[in-house]
Ligand binder design. Structure first.
Ligand code: HEC
Length: 610
């Protein structure tokens, strides 16, 4: 009888829901990836080995959330051993990663709180209030329950004990493989402001011609064009419309555009990322049915011919030995090498990499090494790298790399078969200085070859660190692991005690090996400890993992692992030190007196000699 009553209540609630697009039990929850308050990535469908996934909506300053959290913690402590995953989701307009982190620390909230900056995920869940739990069944990705944890809390009131335990009842049923009895209960919590939620008609007015196509041209067409790296070509509206649902999926899961640095840390040259606003425009337009609307089709009129040598005719062209790329399968990284044809030393001022076949060359790292001292390993990409959409690598002004006449070129070639067998001959164009430049580019490679990754470990961590022995201007950096790489972070611990994340890759993707170039380059004082934190996923949940049952050690092959940090820099001079000092003083006067210590350190390092 009581059950029937609850069923009626929940039906009434469902009918009265203010958001007509609200997700109802039985509806499918589409995949997404979001970063949490600590910058860690969480993808919903990664949790496919769980019995249930609980997502509770969160908001800073909401008393009902604060009251619900201890209960949720207790539930988690019991149910996480039963393969139930727990996440919080914050889509508040007024909250951001920093404020969420602050409140989490203050209230000892140790759940990952996913920050839904675009609100797209909350919109698709039909979020109305905070403190509502969504229980998702990973077998079907359907919503099994939405509503409060229990009936203990009310607005401004709470009972000492709950009478109805909605969440644990749901979880007990799911863990036991039984049907969930009560799938929806009216939730109490603070209303979340989602201004775009349910505005399908307004979103149908988004102009393909004036809003959507320009974003695609700016963010996607570098690869998704004739003979480009992308598997399909954005040549006209009809193509985009056909791929629209897939575009929505890759945008929500952050697979496209392929850019893996957390935008909260560091500023880089030519980031391939997409802004939150552009992402909203694309997804809202797709969700409104991807209408053509009026106006010309900018994609149809695009000149997509490939330019030869953007930096001009090279002084030397080096051919990478030809490689026959098969029609399908996985091609392991190739490491061809070739001799330097020059009979004299030259200073290189930049390179340009011209893939023989853009459809199959996924990336190239070009290096020179001196065969006499065998320093092959430490040269990963010291000349520069190619990733789709980026050919030219001009070096910083007045800086060059000395190419010795007896050096050898070595390449890391990543080929991705695309359905047709073809032969690739990639060319490297080199550009020389007439006079030796003021600065010599240098590189630092840090690695830990003693790594051991246990079988089935989901998040095994490794660390490499190095203390700089001179002041440097840092230009670019790269963190490298293989198929089991899950996340990487490079942090500078300054001598004054401050620390700064230089690069964070929350979801490492072995397929993409971009070199991250800092914009502008960064002065880093002697005594700074740079730390690379690598996380590997050796579990079956990592779709790239060739064998979760193997303990993995260091090795060149992709089924072995690496933990490598690479830095391109030059020695800093007095002018750099002067500028860095000025900048840090300006920052301090802006930030008040808190950082006086750091400036003292900068001054100290100026007087040290190298
Ligand atoms: C730097 C090159 C590059 C850029 C920029 C890029 N893509 Fe892609 N895209 C690829 C490649 C390569 C693939 C094939 C899968 C892979 O390698 O990850 C792909 C695959 C896709 C797919 C098919 C997914 C699949 O693998 O089934 C979609 C859809 C897509 N991209 C959409 C986009 C959209 C939308 C943008 C812009 C917002 C974009 N891409 C930007 C290179 C790119």
């Amino acid at each position: 009888m009581k059950f029937l009553f609850q069923l009626i209540i929940s039906l009434v609630v469902a009918l009265n829901a203010p958001n007509l697009l609200a997700l109802a039990p039985g509806d499918r929850v589409d995949n997404f990836q979001l970063l949490d308050q600590n910058g860690e990535a969480h993808e919903l469908y990664y949790l496919s080995d769980m019995k249930a996934v609980v997502v509770m909506t969160h908001g800073n300053g909401c008393p009902i959330v604060r009251n619900a959290l201890p209960t949720l913690k207790n539930i988690r402590d019991t149910y996480q051993q039963k393969d139930v995953a727990f996440l919080l989701l914050n889509a508040n307009l007024q909250d951001d990663r920093e404020s969420i982190n602050k409140e989490a620390v203050e209230f000892s909230t140790d759940f990952p709180i996913l920050v839904d900056e675009t609100q797209l995920i909350a919109e698709s869940l039909g979020v109305i209030r905070t403190a509502e739990v969504y229980v998702i069944d990973p077998k079907t990705w359907k919503l099994a329950y939405r509503g409060p944890i229990d009936d203990r809390l009310a607005y401004g009131a709470q009972k000492p004990e709950a009478d109805a335990h909605y969440l644990t009842d749901t979880l007990d049923a799911m863990v036991a493989g039984k049907a969930v009895k009560l799938a929806q209960v009216d939730a109490m919590g603070c209303l979340v402001n989602l201004p775009e939620s349910g505005r399908r008609e307004a979103h149908a007015q988004i102009s393909y011609s004036e809003q959507v196509a320009p974003i695609l041209i700016d963010r996607c067409v570098a690869c998704h064009r004739e003979d480009g790296a992308g598997p399909w070509h954005m040549t006209k509206y009809e193509m985009v419309r056909g791929f629209a649902p897939m575009m929505r999926e890759v945008l929500r899961t952050k697979r496209m555009p392929p850019w893996h640095a957390d935008p909260h840390y560091g500023k880089f040259v030519d980031p391939r990322s997409i802004s939150n606003d552009d992402m909203k425009t694309l997804v809202h337009w797709i969700e409104a049915g991807a209408p053509r609307g009026d106006g010309p089709d900018p994609l149809a009129k695009l000149d997509t011919s490939w330019s030869e040598w953007a930096m001009g005719e090279p002084d030397l062209i080096v051919e990478v030995p030809a490689y026959d790329v098969p029609a399908n399968g996985v091609v392991d990284y190739k490491y061809p090498s070739t001799d330097n044809p020059l009979d004299h030393d030259v200073w290189v001022r930049g390179i340009e990499i011209m893939p023989g076949n853009r459809e199959v060359v996924h990336h190239v790292l070009a290096s020179v090494f001196d065969p006499s001292n065998g320093r092959q390993r430490g040269t990963l990409g010291n000349l520069g790298g190619y990733a789709p959409g980026k050919n030219a690598v001009p070096y910083p002004e007045d800086s060059g790399l000395l190419l010795r006449k007896d050096a050898k070129f070595r390449f890391q070639m990543h080929y991705t078969p695309n359905g047709k067998a073809m032969t690739d001959v990639t060319r490297i164009g080199l550009y020389f200085y007439e006079e030796p430049p003021k600065h010599s580019l240098d590189q630092l490679v840090i690695y830990d070859a003693s790594l051991t990754i246990p079988a089935n470990a989901k998040a095994h961590q490794g660390k490499v660190e190095h203390v700089l022995s001179k002041d440097i201007m840092l230009y670019s950096l790269l963190a490298h692991s293989h198929l089991r790489g899950r996340a990487a972070k490079i942090t500078a611990h300054y001598p004054g005690g401050d620390e700064e994340i230089l690069l964070s890759i929350p979801k490492y993707d072995f397929n993409w090996q971009p070199i991250y170039a800092l914009d502008p380059p960064k002065f880093i004082p002697s005594g700074t400890r740079v730390v690379l934190d690598m996380t590997w996923d050796n579990s079956a949940q990592n779709p790239a993992n060739p064998d979760p049952s193997k303990t993995v050690f260091w090795g060149d092959q992709t089924w072995e692992e690496m933990n490598v940090g690479w830095f391109r820099f030059r020695a800093a001079d007095d002018e750099d030190r002067r500028k860095a000092r000025l900048e840090s003083e300006m920052r301090q006067s802006a930030a008040g007196s808190r950082q006086t210590q750091a400036s003292a350190t900068h001054r100290e390092s100026n007087t040290s000699t190298h």
